[in-house]
Design a protein around this ligand. Structure first.
Ligand code: CA
Length: 230
């Protein structure tokens, strides 16, 4: 059975082109010029992926994405955002709202099809639940004890991995150093709290552009935050 994709795009010619290319690639599609009827339609059909334009009349793409990702009934449907803007702020906001990928307009139809396939593959892979895809370029595999940054395995130690495991368990939750020590070494080992800071520093270095997601809350401890806000 072919996968069903919903596409929301108010520019009729772009919508038509996207529908045509996706159909040609073997997908079933349904197009919408506004988000509201798409949301209505979601209640009655099982959709595999949604392509959402950011700039829409009525409810905009960001709002729609946030709504989809905050509803347990729709949170697992992958969302690819179409944006005319290359604004980093939009990207950060979209990721915070849970978008799975981005395509900036104007885009090549082949690229769009490739991204759709990649996101669908990843979403079925993720359904194992032991793989956490924070963004498409920052993936934690709890089975293999691997962290993938831009598709490459980061060379992290077991302690660094466990820190990441603890922090990502509850995003935005602030852990103090003694809680972290307990988690890592248990209460029977004597390790000074500053040891945590050393491990965090090393871990951050290995996370590259995603280092900002591990935040130091002064006087308290550390937290993991996808938005990277202060
Ligand atoms: Ca638009």
């Amino acid at each position: 059975m072919s996968k069903l994709l919903y596409i929301v795009e108010d520019e009729a010619d772009i919508l038509e082109l996207v529908l045509m290319k996706l159909e040609a690639a073997g997908f079933s599609t349904k197009g919408f010029e506004r988000a509201e009827p798409m949301l209505q339609s979601l209640k009655v059909s099982a959709v595999d992926l949604i392509i959402l334009d950011v700039m829409l009349p009525g409810m905009d793409g960001m709002e729609v994405c946030q709504k989809l990702k905050s509803d347990p009934a729709t949170e697992n449907i992958p969302v690819i955002m179409l944006t005319a803007r290359t604004d980093i702020e939009d990207k950060v906001k979209g990721l915070e709202y849970g978008a799975d990928d981005y395509i900036t307009k104007p885009f090549d139809a082949k690229e769009l099809v490739a991204r759709v396939k990649a996101v669908l593959r990843r979403s079925s892979w993720e359904s194992s639940k032991n793989v956490l895809s924070i963004t498409p370029d920052f993936v934690i595999d709890f089975n293999r004890y691997e962290v993938l940054i831009n598709g490459k395995r980061a060379d992290i130690t077991l302690t660094e991995f466990k820190i990441l495991q603890l922090l990502t368990k509850r995003p935005s939750w602030v852990y103090n150093r003694s809680q972290m020590l307990d988690y890592l070494w248990g209460t029977d080992k004597v390790v000074i709290e500053r040891t945590i800071d050393v491990h965090i520093r090393n871990l951050r270095e290995k996370l590259g552009e995603f280092a900002i997601m591990i935040q130091n809350i002064r006087g308290v401890g550390y937290r993991f935050s996808v938005g990277g806000e202060e």
